[in-house]
Each structure stands twice: as C-alpha cells, then as structure tokens.
Write a protein that binds this ligand. Structure first.
Ligand code: PLP
Length: 394
C-alpha cells in the first residue's frame, strides 16, 4: 500500500526514547533527560515581541514564496558582517526550519540516483532527507582518532561518478566538532576539483567555542558550489517557530523558491517577523546563551573525566557530547546493539535519558545533551558514573 519512498524511511529511534520518557514521567518517576536536541532557554523577548507586533499589525497574509524581503536582507547583512560572505537578498531562501531548507536543497539539485556523501557519525535526518528526495546516501566512516573529522583521503575514496553533493555539518551534531579553516580548505578544494556541491549545515554556528569559518568564505569558487544551511532554531532558541534559511547561487535559490512555492508557500509570516527581530536585536541573548552552554560543556567534561573507562570527544560547538561506551562491549550483556542496551538500561534503572549512538551511525557511543540545569547535568553524570562503575571491568 505504501510508496517505496515511505518504506525506505527508518523510524526515528529518538521517538521511542521520548515515548518511554513520557510514560515513565506519567508514572511519577523523575527523569533526567539528556537526550534533548533543543535549547532549554525561552525565545528571547525581542523575538517574541517581533512576532506579537506582526500579529497586531496584521502581517498575516501570503508573502513571497522564498521568504520576506526584509528578513532576506537582514540575513545577507549578517552573512556579510559575521562571516565575510557577500550574498544578494535574492540568493537567500527562507524555509520552515533548517530541516526543510535541507529538503529544499536536495529537491533543487538531486536527480534520482545521485549520491550524497555523509560523513559518519551524522545527524540522523540527513540520510532520510537524501532518500526522500531521490538521492542515495553514501556514508564515510570517520575515525575517533581524528576526532571524527573527515580527512581528504577518506573523501577521495568515497567520490564516484555519481557523487553530486556532500553534507558538512560544522559545528556538528552529535559530536560538537568544529573544522578549522585549513581542514575545510583541503576538503573544499578536493570537492571543487570534482564539481561536487557542498551542503554546509551551519545551524550551530553561533554556539561555537572555537574559531568558526564558514566554508563559503574560503574562495569565490568554493562559495559558488556551496549551499549554506542555517536557521534560528538553535542560536535564538526558536525551535517551534520553524525558521531556517539557505544562501547559495541565484539559479539554485530561484529553483528552491519555486519548489517551496508549490509545496508549502513560505514559513509563517509571524515567525519570519519574530526571526527578523531576533536577528537584528538578539545579539546579547545569543551571546548569553552561548556563554551558558560553554560553562555547561566544561561542567560536563570535568565530571566525565571522573568516570573510569569512559572516553569522549571534547566538543568545541553545539550542545552535545559524544561519549564512548565501547569499554562495556566485553563486560555488559547485550543482544543486537550495545548503545541501545546502554540507553535502555540507563533509562529503566537510572532514570537517565540519552540517545544511543547507533542512531547516528556509531554503536560504540551515546549522545548526551547539555541543555539542562547544572543540577540536572550533575545528577545525570552521577547516574552515568554509577552505571559505568557497576558494569565496567567486571
Ligand atoms: N541540522 C542539524 C545538524 C540539527 O541538529 C538540526 C536539529 O536538530 C537541524 C539541522 C534542524 O533544525 P530546524 O529546527 O531548523 O529544522
């Protein structure tokens, strides 16, 4: 009955966790939830006011399919001043969240059977979006010893005549790695040589504790083949408002606008007004949230360092830590998936929710988010320590 497209989709593993978390909470259990992928801060007042004003001013009708001109101009200005990249407003397309910006990108550039390289571990929606839009995900396993950063040799081995694009997520979910300018340049040069589009998912750009370079900034040739994907969900804590955007060459932007026009028209005008206010006046809020995340990152690593046998990649951006549980492979009983077993035991026996690494393509890891209070983070890590001590080296 279902289309092959629908059948090709892998059900979300995280959904199963949140269903169980909800059920346990209903039973009155207190769950420490470190599985969440969204900021715990409220949307800044300036952005909320922008939305309220838009409603009062009756900005509630259809607008341009590719997004509001004023917001596109503000995004172009942001890209110029913060990232040193010049785009015209017509090169920006505003969509209902970065997720739809990614979908729009794939719809605009992929033909059936085109390959899209996805460095693994990866954010779990990438392969599904590629499949849904007719492409073929090609995973490239990166190595923990390289901090899971893609190397040019790994890239070269993955390129075929069918490679159309690559997704580079910087800073990354689930690892929090940040590519340096030099690392990006080596990869981008190889991609340009092979005429491959770079889909640069930079949604965590403003939650970055190291120097951030946008790949499009590196040269005009690289910029011409890059589609920047970004949005307001993470940096402005506006997940529910659904505002994302792309910046790319005009031809692709026009195609995306046309596609979006038929499928969804455009994101809510109210949300776009809120995003505009947030972008123009939210700098202080963004900086304060980043500072809080960085302090929590430090709190997490200090406590993780106290757990014998456990290793992790120190994150330089986003709000996740990818923690290696591989040491339990010989000591913990499990059937199919180590990370699923660990996540399930942590939730059932220790009331701690985490995401199993298998959801991101690596079963030796779990992902912890630090979008909770210091007390919850400490309690969560204390539970993880007890679990590890009970199961490691037995
Ligand atoms: N890209 C990455 C790497 C993400 O982690 C997420 C959300 O979790 C998104 C894109 C989607 O963000 P949005 O809420 O703007 O659709």
């Amino acid at each position: 009955m279902l289309s092959n497209r629908a059948k090709s989709i892998t059900p979300s593993l995280t959904l199963g966790i949140s269903t169980k978390v909800k059920a346990m909470k209903k039973e009155g259990k207190k769950i420490i939830n470190l599985s969440i992928g969204e900021p715990d801060f409220f949307t800044p007042e300036v952005a909320k006011e922008g939305g309220i004003e838009a409603i009062k001013a009756n900005q509630t009708k259809y607008d341009a399919a590719s997004g509001m001109l004023e917001l596109k101009q503000a995004i172009a200005e942001k890209l110029k001043t913060e990232n040193n990249i010049e785009y015209q407003a017509e090169q920006i397309v505003i969509s209902s969240g970065a997720k739809y910006s990614l979908t729009n990108t794939m719809l605009a550039i992929l033909n059936p059977g085109d390959e899209v390289i996805i460095p693994s571990p990866y954010w779990l929606s990438y392969p599904e979006i590629v499949k849904l839009t007719g492409g073929v995900p090609v995973f490239v396993k990166t190595k923990a010893e390289n901090n899971f950063k893609l190397t040019v040799d790994e890239l070269k081995q993955a390129i075929t005549a069918k490679t159309k694009a690559i997704i580079i997520n910087n800073p990354s979910n689930p690892i929090g790695i940040v590519y340096s300018k030099e690392e990006l340049k080596v990869l981008a040069d190889e991609l340009i040589k092979n005429d491959i589009y770079i889909i640069a998912d930079e949604i965590y750009e403003r939650i970055c504790y190291a120097d951030f370079t946008s790949v499009a900034e590196l040269s005009p040739e690289i910029k011409a083949k890059t589609i920047i994907v970004n949005g307001m969900s993470k940096s402005l804590s506006m997940t529910g408002w659904r505002v994302g955007y792309t910046a790319c060459e005009t031809k692709i932007a026009k195609a995306m606008g046309a596609i979006q026009g038929h499928l969804v028209s455009h994101p809510s005008t109210i949300s776009q007004h809120a995003a505009l206010a947030g972008l123009k006046e939210g700098a202080e809020d963004i900086a304060a949230m980043k500072k809080a995340y960085q302090a929590r990152r430090d709190l997490m690593t200090e406590n993780l360092d106290k757990i014998n046998g456990l290793t992790y990649i120190k994150p330089e951006g986003a709000f996740y830590i990818f923690v290696c549980i591989g040491a339990l492979r010989d000591t913990l009983e499990f059937t199919d998936s180590l990370s699923l077993t660990v996540a399930d035991k942590l939730l059932t026996d220790y009331q701690l929710a985490v995401v199993p690494g298998v959801a991101f393509g690596d079963d030796d890891y779990i992902r912890l988010s630090y979008v909770s209070s210091d007390d919850d983070l400490k309690a969560g890590l204390s539970a993880l320590k007890t679990f590890f001590e009970n199961n490691y080296d037995k």
